[in-house]
Design a protein around this ligand. Structure first.
Ligand code: ZN
Length: 326
């Protein structure tokens, strides 16, 4: 029985890859620039090369690889191994990722959405261990999400269920890439929070952050807002609270719909921690159904940037098990 699993987290900026032993401990890991602008063939070549390098360095043989999982952002068909569209990857349309990789490797391979891979990772080895009703949201450039309901990951007809980030919060709000406007992720995300902050500055509000960035608002970050919050900056506190409240309203709907026992908040902006989450909890306590809210904890993710790789490896093993029992 081949004991090792490869987990890959394909991001717009970096390809993160690791080989795991049967206990999902990392034997070797690598992070290389994706170079997405050079097109799909180039990206897939880089993944192949990274895998071969890891195998070489660990001195294991290709036949010792049991399976591989890969998380890819955007729309995809996990059954077909097809990546339909990925917003940060130019010319990335209907790419048969699994078929193409199979020309190099013959171990079983599985792909799924990157946020769902994070969800698998946090569920099996992070904040979600032992729970059967789990919601994960990732706060980065947008708001990604995945849902486990009664022990099963929710997919829906087109594998696009659970898009909490596109929940409509305002009838006519900020435009969203999805074609709608007023989506939660346009406000509750690193980019969204920065935009809220800039709106206030443009309305004449004064913040310590202006001293840090000068006239160059493009260098303003969610991390700076956290730092200004800690210094008692009024605008930063206001933006953090407004962002937390809006997320609280959104998650009240999620709690009422799915009755989760844990909502895990991950992604870069989750570093804001309780600055954000205390307001989220206050809001869901007021607006979600009492019984459901009392059963639900809202916590930070534990695995950080490795969640996607670990989740991809876990996912591949679970898919393989399902395949072998059918
Ligand atoms: Zn949207």
């Amino acid at each position: 029985m081949s004991p090792f699993t490869i987990g890959i987290d394909l991001g717009g900026t970096n390809i993160k890859a690791a080989i795991f032993n049967p206990d999902f401990k990392i034997l070797v890991e690598k992070s290389v620039p994706t170079e997405a602008a050079k097109g799909p063939d180039h990206v897939l070549d880089r993944i192949t090369k990274t895998i071969l390098e890891m195998i070489h360095e660990t001195r294991i043989s290709l036949v010792d690889i049991k399976c591989m999982g890969m998380g890819i952002p955007g729309l995809l068909d996990p059954q077909e191994g097809l990546s339909i569209f990925s917003p940060n990857f130019p010319d990335w349309n209907d790419i048969h990722v699994v078929n193409r990789m199979k020309t190099f490797f013959n171990f079983p391979m599985f792909i799924d959405n990157d946020v769902r891979m994070n969800l698998y990772g946090e569920w099996r080895y992070g904040s979600g261990i032992g729970n059967e009703n789990v919601v994960l949201i990732t706060l980065g450039t947008g708001l990604g999400s995945g849902i486990i309901n009664d022990g099963k990951v929710v997919y829906g007809k087109t594998s696009s269920a659970g898009e909490i980030g596109h929940m409509n919060m305002y009838r006519e709000g900020r435009p969203c890439k999805c074609g709608s406007s007023g989506c939660l992720g346009r406000y509750v995300s690193a980019v969204g929070m920065v935009n809220s902050f800039i709106e206030k500055l443009n309305n004449g509000r004064q913040s310590i952050i202006q001293e840090w960035v000068g006239k160059d608002q493009s260098s303003l970050s969610a991390k700076m807002i956290s730092e200004a919050y800690d210094l008692g900056d009024e605008v930063a506190i206001e933006v953090m609270h407004e962002t937390g409240r809006l997320l609280g309203y959104g998650l009240s709907n999620v709690i009422n719909l799915f009755n989760p026992e844990i909502i895990i908040v991950g992604g870069g902006m989750s570093a804001a921690g309780d600055r954000l989450l205390s307001v989220v909890r206050e809001t869901t306590a007021k607006h979600a159904l009492k019984l459901s809210n009392q059963a639900c904890r809202i916590l930070q993710a534990q695995l950080g940037a490795r969640a996607g790789m670990i989740g991809a490896a876990v996912y591949a093993n679970e898919r393989l098990k399902i395949m072998e029992t059918h």
